[in-house]
Ligand binder design. Structure first.
Ligand SMILES: C[S@@+](CC[C@H](N)C(=O)[O-])C[C@H]1O[C@@H](n2cnc3c(N)ncnc32)[C@H](O)[C@@H]1O
Length: 332
């Protein structure tokens, strides 16, 4: 998934730095990915540590992580369920009615056919859950598969803050449900859906990885459609883009970010803390250093990297820019 602030391309830098600082063998360690997003960082430690704790206050992210992190044993027959859902007859539902051209919302986040397919698949998954045909593991696997497959055919420049006037090529393709394959392993992992600053008071471990938003863009507004598919509740969509009520993060505002960050560092019952942040963030590297240094031994590593800018203008979507990505390290 093309996700704002995704650490997909930086996961090698993050894992190797964590190894350098904490050691090669992490098999007795508990690692927490507190702002998990797509879950890529937790996923790269799933085989290395005793336990991954993963959290994000967006529900679509919770679903992805319930599948990618918490699912760790084989799910019998899961491909069979994917096949059944791929053959399902499209039906008109909440997504078609509110987010497709043929519906009454005058919006176009998906082609009419894909909107109806999403509705039919999502409805069937809920029926299976309510009749106990499927358990929680299979439920989250199927919804995660739907979120990722729907995202591939979304008619947006990159995020869901706006849709495109004309159906772009990839959005004209028919949605095919692809399995969101997760890694098998013997350990139990735990996924939460809470505000970071509340959860931090209830958990403890060895390695805390922090990747909060670094600018004013709220994830709940930019990925609202994914929350709507994942929750599949009913509400009155607001305005041109059909927004739902969304979470507002303290990390997205200059007024609250430093207070929230310091509170988090203070409360964290973890030996090692790693914070990803880039040089264009709301907090400057100097401010971060000042805060973290109060609570233990601080150090900093950085890497240069090419970032793709999301842009409303589809033709300029893939403009690349160079930014420096920092990993601030604290041994408490
Ligand atoms: C930079 S992204 C994380 C990206 C992730 N590391 C990845 O590679 O996909 C920041 C995440 O923090 C989440 N978030 C923002 N404020 C939060 C809060 N107060 N508590 C929990 N999660 C929060 C957002 O929903 C978003 O998914």
């Amino acid at each position: 998934m093309n996700y704002i602030g995704s650490k997909h391309k930086l996961s090698e830098f993050i894992t190797s730095t964590i190894h350098k600082v904490v050691g090669n063998d992490l098999s007795d360690k508990v690692l927490c990915d507190l702002f998990a997003g797509t879950g890529i960082v937790g996923r790269s430690f799933k085989q290395k540590v005793k336990k991954v704790i993963s959290n994000d206050f967006e529900y679509y992210s919770y679903v992805l992580n319930k599948n990618y992190i918490e699912n760790h044993l084989p799910i019998p027959d899961k491909e069979n369920y994917i096949d059944k859902l791929n053959q399902i007859k499209p039906q008109e539902g909440f997504i078609y009615s509110n987010y497709c051209r043929g519906g009454h919302g005058d919006r176009q986040y998906f082609s009419d056919k894909n909107g109806k397919k999403i509705d039919a698949i999502r409805t069937q998954i809920e029926v299976w859950k309510n009749t106990a045909e499927i358990d929680a593991n299979l439920y989250y696997f199927l919804i995660a598969s739907l979120l990722e497959s729907a995202d591939k055919v979304a008619n947006t420049a990159s995020v869901y803050g706006a849709y495109l006037k004309h159906l772009k090529k990839s959005a004209q393709k028919e949605l095919v449900l692809a399995p969101a394959e997760f890694e098998l392993n013997e350990h139990n992992h735990k996924v939460y859906n809470e505000d970071s600053n509340l959860l931090i008071k209830k958990i403890k471990g060895d390695i805390l990885y922090l990747d909060p938003p670094y600018n004013a863009r709220q994830y709940g507004a930019n990925y609202h459609i994914l929350n709507t598919i994942a929750l599949y509740d009913t509400f009155i969509p607001k305005g041109k883009t059909g927004l739902r009520t969304y979470n507002k993060s303290d990390y997205c505002s200059k007024n609250s970010v430093k207070r929230a960050f310091e509170d988090l560092i203070k409360e964290a019952d973890f030996t090692y803390i790693f914070l990803s942040y880039n040089n264009e963030g709301l907090m400057t590297p100097k401010e971060i250093k000042q805060i973290m240094s109060k609570y233990g031994a601080y150090s900093l590593v950085s890497t240069d990297y090419r970032r793709f800018k999301a842009d409303k203008d589809i033709n300029r979507k893939h403009q690349a820019s160079r930014t420096e990505e920092y990993l601030h390290i604290l041994k408490k």
